[in-house]
Design a protein around this ligand. Sequence first.
Ligand code: AMP
Length: 226
Amino acid sequence: MSGPAIKRVVRLALFGAPGVGKGTQAGTLEERLDLPHISTGDMLRAAIREGTAEGQQARAIVERGELVPDALISALIGARLEREDVQEGFILDGFPRTVGQAEYLDRTLEAGGRSLDAVINITVPETEIIERLGGRRVCPSCGASYHVRFHPSMVEGRCDACGGRLEQRADDASDVIRGRLEVYARQTAPVLEYYRRRGLLRDVDGVGRPEDVTGRIVALIAAPGR
Ligand code: AMP
């Protein structure tokens, strides 16, 4: 039930603590809006898998659930935002995560005569976040995401889409989840104020069926001046 594609230039950032559903929503919006989904987490995991210099620098930090240095992430995202496919808009997922990154994004977009249209802040109570992250299982082959209770695969431990063996992300281990939430509160939450002051922040309730959350986001984009 993804609904019809809506095509117009829109530059969005999906914001929120780990586990609020940014990746799920960005994946659906990518189809609905026909715009590229840019996830810095996915970019880092790919770099780690491929063993690039950035991946080697990031691996231990990502596994500990901490943030990689702004300089590294800015270089990755800066190169991505120069590519042709983002000129019609994009959906950022997991970036920016610090005020320094938000400032970098503003400067980069401004240099190309562009700016963000909205920052969608997805909110979910912490107890639910912990349950969501603890039960998440991912397919390292195709990137599909499952949940042991809320969205189990048909065959336990196997990806429905490609048959790959499902894994728990190292940073979804229960002791790391706590730390990631603390990192969010300390380093990432201040970005909310940065965008609130610029009038770009839109709060969305992230509880409920994923398609309902998508509907709330699409309604906000359709009424940007709200
Ligand atoms: P995610 O898939 O968005 O939950 O990101 C997974 C991990 O990648 C995070 O816990 C960080 O270690 C790293 N990461 C992703 N995006 C960023 C970012 N914008 N800044 C710093 N670290 C990031």
